[in-house]
Structures are given as structure tokens and as C-alpha cells.
Write a protein that binds this ligand. Structure first.
Ligand SMILES: [Ca+2]
Length: 44
């Protein structure tokens, strides 16, 4: 199931649940990815 795959990817320490720290890591990674795309002049 797709949701389980995402949860598995988010669960960095593999304890079976996504805690706040792991959620913050995800949000930070998405933010950096977005910023890098803007910085490289990538446009739609
Ligand atoms: Ca975890």
C-alpha cells in the first residue's frame, strides 16, 4: 500500500511509527528540495 511505503520511508529509526522529529525531517527535506529547484532556475 502506498501509504505504508511512505510511512516506511519516513520512519528513519524503523520503530514502526513516524514521530514528530521524523515528520520535521520530511518537511525540511521538502523545503530544501523546493528551494534548490528555485535556486537552479528550474521553471515550469
Ligand atoms: Ca520512527
Amino acid at each position: 500500500m502506498v501509504v505504508e511505503k511512505i510511512m516506511s520511508d519516513l520512519d528513519e529509526n524503523k520503530d514502526g511509527e513516524v514521530d514528530f522529529q521524523e515528520f520535521v525531517i520530511l518537511v525540511a527535506a521538502l523545503a530544501v528540495s523546493t528551494l534548490l529547484q528555485h535556486a537552479s532556475g528550474h521553471r515550469k
